[in-house]
Design a protein. Structure first.
Ligand code: CO
Length: 169
């Protein structure tokens, strides 16, 4: 697999707001969304991490590969249940992700948040909404979505959508 370079937090593309992708979506834009997802899948494997010097992550946004378009991928693997039938993944490759509503209640990760563009861990909590509703076009299922997320998943989505707004943790 040919990898795109993940830019570091000193890069300008990470501090700029990204543009909305206009419809009809081009093959290039769809492929970029699919690439972001594939990258996360690829980086999950330890042998690939070692061989390519990459890190595993649960989300990736287009500005992180130097493209200022509103495109993100999420890949959360819940495998490892005692009963294999309980294993599942939450995965999306979304063009124009948007939070259309959110809870008043907030949440944060106890260990702080990580980011593939940030080399060193930063201490501290990132306040997030506990529940969100996200819309956008999912390139994995080839359909527009309107879905509620809560807890960890809601936090991952907010982190990635922040990247599209030029905001880093
Ligand atoms: Co990040």
């Amino acid at each position: 697999m040919k990898l795109m370079k993940i830019v570091k937090d000193t890069e300008k593309s990470l501090r700029q707001p990204s543009v909305e992708v206009s419809e009809p979506f081009s093959k290039e834009d769809i492929n970029l969304a699919l690439y972001l997802h594939k990258h996360l899948l690829f980086a999950e494997k330890e042998e690939n991490q070692k061989k390519y010097g990459i890190r595993a992550g649960v989300g990736l946004a287009a500005p992180q590969v130097g493209v200022n378009k509103r495109i993100i991928a999420v890949y959360i693997n819940y495998d490892g249940h005692e009963n294999k039938e309980d294993d599942y993944k939450t995965e999306f490759a979304i063009i124009n992700p948007k939070i259309i509503s959110h809870s008043v209640r907030q949440a944060y990760l106890l260990g702080g948040e990580g980011c593939l563009s940030v080399e060193n861990a930063h201490e501290g909590y990132v306040p997030r909404y506990a529940n969100i509703t996200v819309t956008g076009y999912d390139c994995l299922t080839k359909q527009f979505i309107n879905l509620k997320f809560r807890g960890y998943e809601a936090i991952v989505f907010q982190h990635e959508i922040d990247h599209c707004n030029g905001i880093l943790i």
